[in-house]
Write a protein that binds this ligand. Structure first.
Ligand code: F6R
Length: 607
């Protein structure tokens, strides 16, 4: 997830672009850049790190004359967060510069084609491949619109792009497919951006671009056309009433809520380029050169640990790999039986968690191989692992982790499939059903989320007086019960305990009374009848129950909560946001600081 902006107007473009990028910085902040035309030359200035570094560089160069240009703030997906990989990217002849948000899935293939035509890419990014392709077709077609149309026709994946061209100063082109792009319509100035806040101080008149559309703007006019045919498309200009601060959250009250609602897109991004549809196989090129582990140690903290626990079930059942899951702060001070031939899978959103890093060091010192599963490209976990698989969830701003876990579960599913394929033990029904179910998920989840939020809101009002909750789950729902309890306690400050449902009778059942509610995870499936009998035990002691289940279930509990059922473990992707939404709505109802709960930090870089 990156932020892009384009400006054409009567003001110096660079300050407008930089201000816009500051308002988009939540979309990515590992490097940034701008491009504009000056003295008939394409100028591109880029800097690694925060936007302030780019500002300092621009200040030193005094380059403020241009009145049009593009800018980008990056969240690395392909290639390290270095200056070389920062956007904008240019073609070999420096006729165009392009900024991009999205993932070009077939960039390796296109890169080979470019190499055959004598064009060498300078960076490791998928975006430069597109810039080079546009440059190549521009020579052939002579028109930028036609070159863009042809190049975008070759691209698989997702994109929102904005392009500045040396031979058309004062004019920008943009296009989108599966990545957000809006146009701001001002007086004597027009804007392009990933998100409205980028240009909100200048205009509230917006045109939302749809997939397959291309836009051309200059200071006084704009036009939208079909990216494939270039036929004009009529668009409505909409007036929006947001203020700047709410707009940064995309209209959501909190980043946590925004990130929960981003999960359908996160799943789609995590799957991009990782499914071979013809063969119905999962592909993770990062793992191509390593065999399936003989023994796997999953190591992580907090929410990432819960993701790991969930992943263990799949690694065992689908890939036949003996798997242990370790809390990193415990593993590092044990004498684990770990050595050459073992594989450690370190899971971390931030890639900077001190205990997880210490476990990586321990594993490497003992000769084990380390796979990092991590969201932040260029982070310590990414750099110190032997092999790294990136989750592609985009920046997570809210302290409570939500979309990161969703991305970890998606990647753990793909990893279990890949290792199952490598070991030749993937069960036939999994091979047949899992990938189609995953691919249906983004649309299904997107449809389901609003109703789930409504139900979460109703239920938290009923239970807002509770001082303690017991979360129960079995099988794959056990790690989710732990996660539901963690989310509730960390943002609403209500005590909650996650428990394996079958363990309840060995102790916690003593706590049950009418004031101690149980939040049960009881989806239909193999373990449904077991979950049902555990709930009868709770009811027999006068306990109140919220039960997450599916249409067709016959639970006679106080508050059933029906969510969609998907194939096998893919149902998890509906259970997780329900738990997150319940915690979110409870914390918001109780007036807590949802995005920055007390005593917590987003990245725990100390012991
Ligand atoms: C909970 C939460 C934490 C993190 C944990 C690990 O909402 O955010 O429990 O999951 O601190 O962080 P990472 O994944 O960055 O290693």
């Amino acid at each position: 997830m990156c932020g892009i902006i384009g400006y054409c107007g009567h003001r110096p473009a660079v300050p407008v672009i930089i201000e816009g990028l500051k308002r988009l910085e939540y979309r990515g902040y590992d490097s940034a850049g701008v491009a504009f035309i000056q003295d008939r030359e394409l100028v591109s200035v880029k800097a690694e790190g925060k936007l302030a570094n780019l500002e300092n560089k621009l200040a030193a160069q005094n380059v403020y004359q241009a009145t049009s240009g593009v800018g980008h703030t990056r969240w690395a997906t392909h290639g390290l967060p270095t200056e070389k990989n920062a956007h904008p990217h240019c073609d070999a002849a420096r006729t165009i510069a392009l900024v991009h948000n999205g993932i070009i899935e077939n960039y390796q293939e296109l890169k080979k084609e470019l190499a055959a035509a004598g064009i060498r890419c300078q960076s490791e990014t998928d975006t430069e491949v597109l810039a080079q392709l546009v440059g190549l077709y521009l020579k052939e077609k002579g028109s930028l619109a036609e070159a863009l149309s042809k190049a975008l026709g070759r691209v698989e994946g997702s994109y929102a792009i904005a392009v500045v061209s040396r031979d058309n100063p004062g004019m920008l082109y943009a296009a989108r497919k599966h990545s957000p792009l809006v146009m701001g319509v001002g007086v004597g100035e027009n804007f392009l951006a990933s998100d409205i806040p980028a240009f909100l101080p200048y205009t509230r008149e917006v045109v939302f671009l749809d997939d397959g559309e291309m836009a051309r703007i200059d200071a006084g006019s704009w036009q939208v056309m079909d990216v494939a045919t270039l036929a004009p498309i009529t668009k409505d200009v909409k007036h929006i009433t947001w203020d700047v601060s709410s707009a940064q959250k995309g209209g959501y009250k909190h980043f946590m809520l925004k990130e929960i609602f981003e999960q359908p897109t996160v799943i789609a991004d995590c799957l991009a380029g990782r499914i071979d549809r013809q063969e119905n196989r999962a592909i993770l090129p990062e793992l191509d050169d390593i065999p399936a582990p003989q023994r796997l140690f999953i190591v992580a903290c907090g929410t990432s640990y819960h993701a790991g626990l969930w992943g263990m079930y799949l690694m065992e059942q689908w890939a036949g790999i003996p798997t242990r899951v370790e809390i990193a702060s415990e593993l590092r001070y044990r004498e684990p039986i770990l050595g050459p031939g073992d594989t450690v899978l370190a899971i971390s959103q931030s890639g900077e968690t001190a205990d997880t890093l210490a476990s990586i060091h321990l594993a490497k010192a003992r000769g084990a191989k380390v796979i990092g599963l991590c969201n932040v490209v260029g982070s310590s976990v990414a750099r110190e692992s032997d092999v790294v698989v990136h989750t592609q969830a985009g920046p997570e701003i809210s302290v409570a982790s939500t979309k990161a876990m969703c991305s970890q579960l998606t990647l753990l599913t793909l990893m279990a499939l890949v290792f199952g394929q490598k070991n030749g033990v993937l069960p036939a029904d999994v091979a047949a059903n899992c990938l189609p179910a995953l691919e249906r998920l983004p649309a299904e989840l997107d449809t389901a989320l609003p109703a789930m939020r409504r139900r979460a809101k109703e239920l938290c009002r009923i239970y807002s007086e509770a001082r303690s909750f017991l979360y129960l789950g079995r099988g794959l729902c056990y790690p989710l019960a732990l996660e539901g309890a963690l989310k509730l306690k960390e943002i609403s400050y209500i005590h909650a305990e996650g428990y394996a449902a079958g363990e309840m009778k060995h102790g916690p059942i003593a706590l049950i009374d009418p004031k101690f509610p149980t939040f049960a995870l009881a989806p239909l499936g193999d373990l449904y009848s077991k979950a049902k009998s555990n709930l009868l035990e709770v009811q027999a002691r006068g306990g109140k129950i919220i039960a997450l289940t599916n249409p067709g279930a016959d639970l006679a509990v106080d508050h059933p909560w029906e969510i969609p059922l998907a194939w096998g473990p893919i149902s998890t992707f509906f259970i997780l946001p329900a738990l997150q939404l319940f915690a979110y709505e409870m914390a918001d109802y109780l007036g807590k600081d949802v995005d920055q709960p007390r005593n917590l930090a987003k990245s725990v870089t100390v012991e």
